[in-house]
Design a protein around this ligand. Structure first.
Ligand code: SAH
Length: 419
């Protein structure tokens, strides 16, 4: 076969695609077909566990046998992922006869369609055909992916009123982002690599970024000079007014048609007031995307080598805020009940009240000997850790000069991975 390949974007939603074979090649091909909404018929005597899981969950139909010509009834596309060249040629012959495009893992020269190396960023899909050399197509794809991920604004989406002139069907260019939009993005616990892929993409597309104290500074380093950076820690007024002011900034900028990212340390909904910001936006009719983050409640412990659960050690972990003293009428935490739990207790914002908290836990029955670890600035280059026990942890923290942000982890998981 000669001639250059003719690229297309197949719209497979609800259309039958037949995949023949149940091994590693099929395992790699099926997820993109399902993502495209294809009606996948998988024909194979055996499946890998991952394919089996798709079949069990009803995401595709599985014919547990070898291929038969009638399997291509109603098919728009067939993917041949079998090892046996004779069988592959036979399937491909049936496809040819029925004018169905056929992708062949075993023999690309004999195939009527090729699968490209793909990278996606939000609504953009880039597909690369490497002229027969998969390493070349993957290398080009990786370079494009890095370019897309790299420069804020470098490949920014066109303004809402730009003509759709790329030969695509007209329609909203950025249905989820325009006009005006707020993304509440979890920045992760401290290590700038612990932001999610989605969070990072939205950050590179942002026109306004509103940050606070716990956001890893290195993430902000990468923002372009044209991005408006609002540092919420610099807003004057008191704490209550500050939150109102942040809400106002988010809403104002979004209503002005800008792409706003509200970056928050850890996860936006773990003691992060993300809910209040969402409600403020909703009230103003501003669309919001919430991007969860890696919370310090789990990651700081992990950074100190402590798993929040461990087989035969802890079957639960409880995350609690210690910012209100246990004996305060404003406390919403039943510390006396937490004292009766056997599992892991993770205390955020607890340094100031740690003496009262640990005394309350001990007086209600948690052993003073329970191991504890305190992790300051977990997952960052400045991480500090001290090991202690519940009875003396507050004194040890004071002696070591541990400062916020820090988490206190109490339970037998502390030390579970020590060898
Ligand atoms: N939304 C954040 C928590 C906000 S509350 C999250 O999901 O992680 C702020 C508290 O989080 C701090 O007082 C501290 O207890 C904890 N914290 C946040 N980042 C931390 C880090 N890198 N190391 C230790 N504790 C951290």
């Amino acid at each position: 076969m000669s001639g250059n390949p003719y690229p297309l974007g197949l719209r497979l939603a609800g259309r039958r695609v037949v995949v023949v074979g149940g091994g590693v090649v099929a395992t790699r091909r099926v997820p993109a077909l399902l993502d495209a909404g294809a009606d996948v018929l998988l024909v194979a005597p055996e499946l890998t566990p991952a394919l089996r899981a798709h079949a069990d969950a009803g995401r595709l139909r599985w014919q547990r046998r070898r291929f038969a010509a009638d399997d291509l009834e109603d098919a728009w596309l067939v993917q041949v992922a079998v090892d046996d060249p004779g069988a592959a040629a036979a399937i491909s012959a049936v496809a040819d006869e029925r004018r169905i495009f056929c992708v062949r893992a075993d023999d690309r020269a004999a195939a009527t369609a090729w699968t490209p190396a793909v990278t996606r960023q939000g609504p953009v899909t880039v597909a690369v055909l490497g002229g027969g050399d998969p390493r070349r197509s993957m290398a080009v794809r990786d370079a494009v992916r890095d370019l897309l991920a790299a420069g804020p604004g470098r490949l920014a989406p066109p303004p809402a009123d730009a003509d759709a002139d790329a030969g695509e069907a007209p329609g909203p260019v950025h249905p989820t982002r325009r006009p005006g939009h707020v993304a509440l993005v979890g920045a992760g616990p401290g290590d700038p690599e612990l932001i999610t892929v989605k969070g990072r993409r939205l950050l590179t597309e942002a026109e306004v970024v509103v940050t606070d104290r716990l956001v890893p500074g290195l993430l902000l380093d990468e923002l372009g000079p044209e991005v408006e950076l609002v540092d919420a820690t610099k807003i004057p007024y008191g704490p209550a007014r500050t939150q109102e002011e942040i809400n106002r900034i988010l809403v104002d900028r979004a209503l002005a048609g800008r792409a706003v990212v509200r970056l928050k340390g850890g996860d936006p909904y773990v003691f992060g007031r993300g809910g209040e910001e969402l409600l403020a936006c909703a009230e103003a009719g501003v669309p919001v995307t919430v991007v969860p983050g890696v919370t310090s409640a789990i990651a700081a412990a992990a950074g100190a080598g402590v798993p929040v659960t461990h087989r035969a050690v802890a079957h639960e972990f409880t995350v609690v805020s210690g910012h209100v003293p246990p004996d305060s009428s404003a406390s919403m935490v039943r510390w006396e009940h937490l004292a009766g739990l056997r599992g892991t207790l993770v205390i955020l914002m607890g340094l100031k009240n740690l003496a009262a908290i640990s005394a309350t836990l001990v007086s209600h029955g948690r052993s003073a000997q329970t191991p504890a670890v305190v992790v300051q600035e977990g997952t960052t280059g400045a991480q500090r850790t001290i090991r202690s026990t519940l009875g003396v942890v507050a004194a040890d923290v004071a002696a070591a000069g541990i400062r916020p942000p820090a988490v206190v982890v109490v339970g037998d998981v502390v030390g579970a991975l020590d060898s």
